[in-house]
Design a protein around this ligand. Structure first.
Ligand code: 5GP
Length: 199
């Protein structure tokens, strides 16, 4: 590990605070049963911790988008799984892992407004990066941590080619970590290639 960004304890403290902020907003809005929507796959660990600290009666849902190819933004966003609830006229809280360039959040907000017409669409993110190459300056209603860290982060939902999402904390990987991960990925590719050849 090069640098710890969020420890397990910090994540729980952040989710406790965000849960209180979300409860206060939903109580004030008082508009039926709100739906809290996780953006898969990255936001899932954050989502599971966060919803334990929301005490308002809510329903759960998911949306799946992809905007990333490996470790660099493609600037191209697609929705591959829609929410299952009818969100029209309802309060919706969209839970995402990070706002980086802002492209994904900008696209998702437009997509949900256009296709689902919620009464209120709130956003909750674990990390807001003050990205020097920000494309859309998307603000979030509920934010865990704001950081100037520009390096790629992993753990607690943040992946490196699909790996490390299950780590319980968020960190900047070291060069050694990356080399080890690349070796694992390379081995895996060979194993699968060998299996294909055997068929
Ligand atoms: P944006 O569209 O704001 O540039 O990026 C949003 C998406 O990019 C996030 O949902 C996340 O999946 C991915 N992302 C952005 N920065 C990082 C990072 O530092 N590490 C990882 N693992 N994913 C990131």
């Amino acid at each position: 590990m090069e640098k710890l960004i969020l420890s397990e304890d910090e994540i729980v403290r952040i989710c406790t605070r965000l849960g209180k902020e979300i409860d206060a907003k939903l109580d004030e809005s008082n508009n039926g049963i709100p739906v809290v929507v996780a953006v898969m796959n990255g936001a899932l660990p954050f989502y599971y911790e966060l919803i334990k600290h929301i005490h308002h009666k809510i329903q759960l849902d998911t949306i799946k988008v992809s905007s990333y190819d490996g470790t660099g933004s493609t600037g191209h966003v697609t929705v591959s799984k829609d929410p299952d609830h009818n969100l029209e006229g309802r309060d919706v809280v969209l839970v995402e892992d990070i706002i980086d360039t802002g492209i994904t959040m900008h696209y998702m907000k437009e997509y949900i407004h256009e296709h689902y017409k919620p009464k209120n669409l709130y956003t909750c993110i674990l990390i807001k990066r003050n990205n020097i190459n920000m494309k859309f300056d998307e603000l979030s209603d509920f934010t865990g941590l704001t950081t100037d860290e520009q390096r790629y982060i992993v753990g607690f939902g943040f992946d490196y080619y699909g790996l490390l999402r299950n780590e319980p904390y968020v960190y900047v990987p070291s060069m050694k970590d990356i080399e080890e991960l690349n070796a694992i990925l390379e081995d895996d590719k060979k194993t699968h290639a060998d299996m294909t050849k055997e068929k």
